[in-house]
Design a protein around this ligand. Sequence first.
Ligand SMILES: Nc1ccn([C@@H]2O[C@H](COP(=O)(O)OP(=O)(O)OP(=O)(O)O)[C@@H](O)[C@H]2O)c(=O)n1
Ligand SMILES: C[C@](O)(CO)[C@H](O)COP(=O)(O)O
Length: 232
Amino acid sequence: MLNDFGAVIVAAGKGTRMGTRESKQYLALGGKPIIVHTLEVFSRIPWLQEIVLVTGPEDVSRCQSWVHEYGLDKVSAVIPGGSERQQSVYQGIKQISSEWVMIHDGVRPFVTLEEIESCRDAAIREGASVLGVPVKDTIKQVNGQGLITGTPDRQSLWAVQTPQAFRLSDLLSAHEAAAKEGFTGTDDAMLMERAGHSVIVVEGKYSNIKITTPEDLEYAAYLQKRKGEDKE
Ligand SMILES: Nc1ccn([C@@H]2O[C@H](COP(=O)(O)OP(=O)(O)OP(=O)(O)O)[C@@H](O)[C@H]2O)c(=O)n1
Ligand SMILES: C[C@](O)(CO)[C@H](O)COP(=O)(O)O
């Protein structure tokens, strides 16, 4: 099929910055695990062919049960990830059979269909795309002693989110090159940039938060409530 898309949802992290005993992607939000909310958003996308869910090795079976319990029929595989996000993504993309792939963090449950479609359209048009938002703060470069060493021009700074969308073959090669060179990046666009690809940023929304630290949970609860009210 032309321009067919799959998604890899990565959820194999330990949530060290959250500090809860249960990894953050399994914490309940409005009565359901955060990861289920994220999977539900992608499961409702009519043009998406397949979803690969990457979890911690010890969580594969409970995630498989949620896939059945919540009727997440687009999930084609639930597989174990690696110790770094990059390894988890690589394991996931090896299972994708579509021409294009979107990578999304399992802990970004508030992404909307509109944002996902903007990201998809930009990838088809430009070859690779990521969602992002202009930074609101002034950003400083600071050295190990706490001294400011620079203030980059804010006009050029964006906080990058997921999804990030790529041609599968390009992303596989970029991951393989990074692994060969021992490079670890914090997102997939970084690997594509290193491999010489142009990646376009599509303006998303500030509400597409990555649930990372305890204060994010309160904001997530607020966003979830607002989402429920919007549906009423
Ligand atoms: N080895 C890893 C590390 C991260 N992730 C996933 O990548 C996403 C973004 O990562 P982050 O928020 O950094 O999650 P954690 O690694 O779990 O958090 P921390 O860095 O605080 O430990 C999350 O959905 C996380 O589960 C993953 O699949 N495999
Ligand atoms: C991919 C990402 O969500 C973009 O903001 C982010 O880079 C993940 O990195 P983290 O530092 O592991 O949260």
